[in-house]
Design a protein around this ligand. Structure first.
Ligand code: GLU
Length: 472
């Protein structure tokens, strides 16, 4: 029986969870779910200077927002340093690692020489076979891996295919720094091994590390996990992703009013595909996800596409669910906290009634909130300048006659409202196009809103009459 699939997401907490990291997390999560496996989370906090609790919180928060869960407690890499050192010493004992006493000056010379000669390898192997008795006084050595120098290492990658590396091009990596602390390449191998990771999926920028790590796996006699190195994400213009393109933390997307389900759908399409399908549920993605359909070329992050997709999710979401998503998102939206204050229980009921209309036009939750302001605003309504001009130009008696007409509507529905307003317009010898802006100004305090009969219907009779009478 094949071992249970264990994927991993190992972010370095030196910044927020950016869009590339979120995509990596999603792919690992999908693969684990698709195969009845587990995804473990490891916080790679070995760079003590650059790691912060704030970044850890932002990463966990971002994953929770995207509803990407992990199995078990997060593992903190720095806390496992003793174990990493133990394995380094094991490599020393087996002759696969050695102490290197080269000084910073000597290393600098090697670096310059390698650069001048166009060599891939920087370290010249000075201490590979030199006994420690030659060690200069007072120099704290680093521990280096004795990398094989002949033959080649093939990374059997699920996305990139067989990638061959000549062993002579692999450096003797430092395993322990001169202060005794373990390095990334050592820690990552030990942790992946100890955590039972079977599949490593990460950015293609780690492909060379895959070769370096493979030779260390071999020296330890450990199985190399299955690897899949996924292409990077570029901007819509094909250039490296920058802030302008959307290389932001995922929390920025929450603030822009995107739905987690839409984000997952969008991110899954960055580098992976299922035929021509653009819109699919997370359940479908889980069912379909596999390495075979991950492309080799960089994917392009396109804000317009994301926005359209989000609009689709908003439109097609069940109203009650959309309401709960909106309420959850409000604290993060720029226009959310103000809106929240006005969202009483009664206003929530009215909003729920209005959602079928409002959601047709909103691409983001920010837009949805904007379009719903007229619902939650409390009488007397704030009136903007343009609306005030319209109201100011109305003939005397216009609003009182309109109010009287609407008061006669007994069953307050779209058709009856429309009929009453039309009949009012006819009696006044006005076009509907004259009456609607006046109603809109009075009922919403603005000159933009959903269809005017929808507005009246959503607000209900009492509120509609009340808002009109505020101007009489
Ligand atoms: N902490 C590393 C990173 O964020 C993880 C690399 C890996 O997946 O091995 O790039």
């Amino acid at each position: 029986m094949a071992a249970t699939v264990v994927t991993r997401f190992p972010p370095s907490p030196t910044g927020f969870l950016h869009i590339g990291g979120a995509r990596t997390a999603l792919f690992n999560w999908l693969y684990a779910k698709a195969n009845g496996g587990r995804m473990v989370l490891r916080i790679e906090d070995t760079d003590r200077e650059r790691s912060s609790q704030e970044a850890i919180d932002a990463i966990l928060d971002g994953m929770k927002w995207l509803e990407l869960d992990w199995d078990g407690e997060p593992v903190f890499q720095a806390a496992r340093a003793d174990r990493h050192i133990e394995v380094a010493n094991q490599l020393l004992a087996s002759g696969d690692a050695y102490y290197c006493y080269s000084s910073p000056e000597e290393l600098q010379e090697m670096r310059e020489k390698a650069r001048a000669e166009g060599l891939a390898v920087v370290y010249d192997g000075t201490w590979r076979d030199r006994p420690s008795s030659d060690a200069p006084d007072g120099v704290k050595p680093v521990l280096r891996f004795k990398s094989p120098q002949d033959g080649e290492t093939i990374v059997k990658d699920q996305v990139q295919g067989d990638v061959r590396f000549a062993n002579k091009d692999l450096d003797d990596l430092i395993l322990l720094r001169s202060d005794g602390s373990p390095t990334y390449n050592l820690s990552v191998i030990v942790d992946d091994h100890d955590m039972g990771v079977t599949h490593i999926m990460r950015g293609v920028d780690h492909l060379t590390n895959a070769a370096r790590q493979s030779v260390i796996y071999n020296a330890l006699g450990w199985d190399i996990p299955i690897m899949a190195h996924i292409p990077l994400i570029h901007g819509p213009d094909g250039a490296k992703l920058s802030k302008r393109h959307g290389a932001l933390g995922v929390e920025a997307y929450r603030e822009m009013g995107y739905l987690p389900a839409a984000m997952r759908n969008y991110l899954s399409r960055l580098g992976w595909s299922h035929g021509d399908d653009e819109i699919f549920s997370t359940e479908q993605a889980i069912e379909w996800f596999d390495f075979g359909a991950i492309g080799k070329s960089a994917s392009r992050f396109d804000f317009d596409k994301l926005e359209n997709l989000n609009g689709h999710y908003i439109r097609n979401m069940d109203d009650a669910e959309l309401m709960s998503q909106l309420v959850k998102a409000l604290p993060y939206l720029p226009n959310g906290p103000e809106f929240s204050k006005k969202l009483t229980d009664a206003a929530q009921l009215t909003l729920l009634k209005g959602l079928p209309v409002l959601k047709e036009r909103a691409k983001t939750l920010v837009e949805l909130v904007d379009s719903a302001q007229f619902i939650v605003n409390i009488r007397p309504l704030p009136i903007d300048e343009k609306a005030a001009t319209i109201i100011g130009n109305l003939d005397d008696g216009f609003l009182s006659k309109l109010e009287a007409k609407l008061s006669l509507v007994t069953e307050w529905n779209h058709d009856n409202i429309k009929e009453a307003v039309k009949s009012f317009a006819d009696e006044q010898g006005l076009k509907l196009g004259k009456v609607a802006p006046a109603l809109r100004a009075v009922l919403t305090g603005t000159i933009v809103s959903p269809g005017i009969f929808d507005v009246l219907e959503i607000l209900g009779k009492t509120e509609t009459i009340g808002r009109i009478s505020d101007h009489i």
